[in-house]
Ligand binder design. Sequence first.
Ligand SMILES: NC(=O)c1ccc[n+]([C@@H]2O[C@H](COP(=O)([O-])OP(=O)(O)OC[C@H]3O[C@@H](n4cnc5c(N)ncnc54)[C@H](O)[C@@H]3O)[C@@H](O)[C@H]2O)c1
Length: 330
Amino acid sequence: MKMLDGKVAIVTGGGRGIGRGIALSLASNGARVVINDLGAGLAGDGVDAGPAQETQAAIRDLGGEAVINGGSVADYVAAQGMVDQAVETFGRLDIVVHAAGVLRDRMIFNMTEEEWDVVVAVHLKGLFNILRPATALMRQQQAGRIIALASGSAYGDAGQPNYSAAKAGIIGLSYSTANAMAKYGVTSNVVLPTGTTRMIDSKPESQKIFEETGKWPSEHARGTPKDPDNVAPLVSFLASDRAANINGQVFHSHGFGYTLVEPPRTLARLEADHAWTAEGLADSFDRYMATDMKPRPAMPFGRDVDTLAGNDWQAIGEGRRYWARKEEKK
Ligand SMILES: NC(=O)c1ccc[n+]([C@@H]2O[C@H](COP(=O)([O-])OP(=O)(O)OC[C@H]3O[C@@H](n4cnc5c(N)ncnc54)[C@H](O)[C@@H]3O)[C@@H](O)[C@H]2O)c1
């Protein structure tokens, strides 16, 4: 018996990169899959059935079952069609993974309205578009798993205002969905993935690697900690019945490891038994709260475990190890 036998999944952006690895992993663990992919260029331009067909062929090679949906998740009606297709083809829908994505990087003071709209439409509105019909169905069946891919950029990549905002929005929407759907047996979690895909090839430093080695970074990644397929085991686990108790969580997938990210928590508070004046607040702020203020979120935040960890790793067998913040341990 495989972990996802009998389950049906939709993977948006399942034709390429991280979504492709997730679609294959879900299928190899027994799920039947609707592979949604527009086959768009990195900036969201164009349409190509090739990537989704290639994922479907790879799933069939594994002995799995998959159908293709070529609609855009940014289109509300097309997203409803993905849910309908899952139900019409396989009779049900248990798992939604939103991995479709586009990039239009630009500094905030140069960004066009179109660059903003396209990125927010695919990532954030795309998640709403697929969740609206999927959660209605999951509420009726009293079960379901939702996994949305956000990004460490949600914490404020200076060159990606549209993408950072959309990804932070995905975290908020996922928290809201987790709170709304818990009583129906539905979980909603977020993965901040990493993996050397064409998205990484598009960065200026990747051009240099290509010029030096004749290969793009994505071509060097297979089997290494940078392989985009390293994200998939976490997603397949979160999609399974074994993850019923995991809801409203954010994970960072990096290398051969997964970091549990702490939700925002209270840090400090100034209070008075009367209303404040701005000047009085400024004085007290400088004296007290300023010293507790954290620096702005840095990129890439999840990897700080590598530098903070010291000797605190616990060997847990089979080449695995575990680290957790000491003060958080019960
Ligand atoms: N690669 C990374 O290191 C990284 C880091 C953080 C977050 N992410 C996120 O992970 C997800 C996957 O990224 P990737 O690197 O595999 O990208 P990718 O470009 O390799 O794949 C994205 C896929 O989404 C599809 N797509 C684009 N617009 C679509 C639409 N409107 N409808 C349906 N499909 C559409 C594309 O055709 C493409 O196949 C994205 O959400 C991305 O923002 C990636």
